[in-house]
Design a protein around this ligand. Structure first.
Ligand code: NDP
Ligand code: 2IT
Length: 446
């Protein structure tokens, strides 16, 4: 890194100690931006980077709730409103015991670039809580969501900030959050996305992130004159994103041979299709967080405490969580002949892992480009809500497909323009940055 990038990273580390994931996300972007900053000194003199690493606003609040035994519980709630240069803040809510301010700042930072890539007018934000949904009853989740929204509602709105789901937040949670927002404001609006189909949700939103990942990977494969047909694919996670990715990859003729969870991974050499894909939804809804259930039900191999990256595959789709694929995992994948890695989760690959893929000439796409289909379809849900219309499934799917192809082509074109042809990380970071940075310049003191 050059001395200017180093100075920004030092600033971020000094001002935000104990937030290693945020440092990592910033470091990856800074590395990519060096050619653009060299060519455009105006961004440096306007201190655009110093501004972009500072959230516009962060709200932190207490979330008290009663469990089923009548005991008091307290969690911490957050909303990071990172950047509104190109539209209202937009981004998911994560409920997971590992959630900290640093986690949500990294996710909000990534979201700014991702949303800019979608071509839709959305700024970036992220929120959530250290609430652990594991083992909680429906009523406990409802009481938690109601208490969470009792504070959050003052900070969001259909033209201000539009949250959605992420890890631990799916259709059920969005329903409880929306119900409480409506009671507090007496307003039925598109304030959240991922809503139920009967009350303003968009078709394809549940599938969108995973479908988008596979549409993006399809374009990557085309650059090497390949298609998914007959390829072996490793997927990690078994949640919303993993489910959509397995469904679409299988439809396109691939054989998905792994899934993973916090307890280990399953290896199913015959391929995960049909009722096995349906069962992923049951596993997630059970809130047991055990992928071993899959191995027990379908009598396939289970590898306790291991990640799926040692399996011999052509394509890897990491869809669970951040830093789930490190340098050694990357070497293992390359050694076994994997030639395409397309991120479904946010920042699943460590910086060392990315370096291995770049050096090995593996096709590698960062989550902020390849998982943008989820938030893009959220953007389409916002459009439908504003128009008070509901588009049919095919229309949403076609738009999603078009958006993913456009993001892919933009990444490649920008990577060429800035001297790193075929590097999707460089292309995504520079393309997202240019859109947001020029908008900030246009708007003056923001
Ligand atoms: P889900 O809650 O549906 O699934 C997440 C899955 O990953 C759960 O099974 C979870 O289990 C597991 N998981 C979490 N941490 C780990 C870990 N350390 N090791 C192994 N498995 C783990 O979430 P999503 O599918 O929605 O999200 C998955 C990823 O995709 C996240 O990075 C998210 O930010 C990203 N994403 C999601 C989008 C969406 O629209 N939902 C859009 C774009 C990106 P457990 O809870 O027990 O840890
Ligand atoms: O990381 C993400 O892009 C999401 N969790 C989806 C955000 C959204 O607003 O749909």
């Amino acid at each position: 890194m050059n001395s200017y990038s180093e100075s920004i990273l030092t600033l971020v580390k000094t001002k935000n100690p104990a937030e290693p994931e945020f440092h990592q996300a910033v470091q990856e972007v800074l590395h990519s931006l060096e050619p653009v900053l060299a060519r455009h000194p105006e961004y440096r003199s306007a201190k655009i980077l110093e501004r972009m690493v500072e959230p516009e606003r962060v709200v932190i609040f207490r979330v008290p709730w009663f469990d089923d035994r009548g005991e008091f519980n307290v969690n911490r709630g957050f909303r990071v409103q990172m950047n509104s240069a190109i539209g209202p803040y937009k981004g998911g809510l994560r409920f997971h015991p590992s959630v900290t301010l640093g986690t949500l700042k990294f996710l909000a930072f990534e979201q700014v670039f991702k949303n800019a890539l979608t071509t839709l007018p959305m700024g970036g934000g992220k929120g959530g809580s250290d609430f652990d949904p594991k083992g909680k009853s429906d009523l406990e989740v409802m009481r938690f969501c109601q208490s969470f929204m009792t504070e959050l509602y003052r900070h969001i709105g259909p033209d201000i900030d539009v949250p959605a789901g992420d890890i631990g937040v799916g259709a059920r949670e969005i329903g409880y959050l929306f119900g409480q927002y409506k009671r507090l404001t007496r307003e039925f609006s598109g304030v959240l996305t991922g809503k139920g189909l009967n009350w303003g949700g968009s078709r394809i939103r549940p599938e969108a992130t995973g479908f988008g990942v596979v549409y993006f990977a399809q374009e990557m494969l085309k650059t090497r004159s390949k298609s998914f047909d007959g390829l072996r694919v490793a997927v990690s996670g078994f949640g919303n994103v993993a489910w959509g990715a397995v469904l679409k990859a299988t439809q396109l003729g691939a054989k998905v041979v792994t899934l993973s969870g916090p307890d280990g991974f399953v290896h199913d050499p015959s391929g995960i299709s049909g009722e096995k894909i349906e069962y992923m939804l049951e596993m997630r809804a059970s809130a047991r967080d055990s992928v071993k259930d899959f191995a027990d039900k379908f009598k396939v191999e289970f590898h306790a405490g291991k990640r799926p990256w040692g399996t011999k595959v052509d394509v890897a789709l990491p869809c669970a969580t951040q830093n789930e694929l490190d340098e050694n995992d990357a070497k293992e994948l390359v050694k076994n002949g994997c030639f395409c890695v397309c991120e479904g989760a946010n920042m699943p690959t460590s910086l060392g892992g990315i370096r291995v893929f770049e050096e090995s000439k593996v096709l590698f796409s960062p989550g902020k480009a390849s998982n943008a289909g989820g938030v893009a379809t959220s953007g389409l849900e916002m459009s439908q809500n504003s128009m008070r219309l509901a588009w049919p499934r095919d229309e949403v799917d076609q738009r999603l497909h078009q958006i993913m192809t456009t993001i892919h082509d933009t990444c490649l074109e920008v990577s060429r323009t800035y001297g790193a042809p075929g590097n999707y990380v460089t292309g995504a970071n520079i393309a997202g940055f240019l859109k947001v940075a020029t908008s900030m310049m246009d708007q003056g003191l923001v």
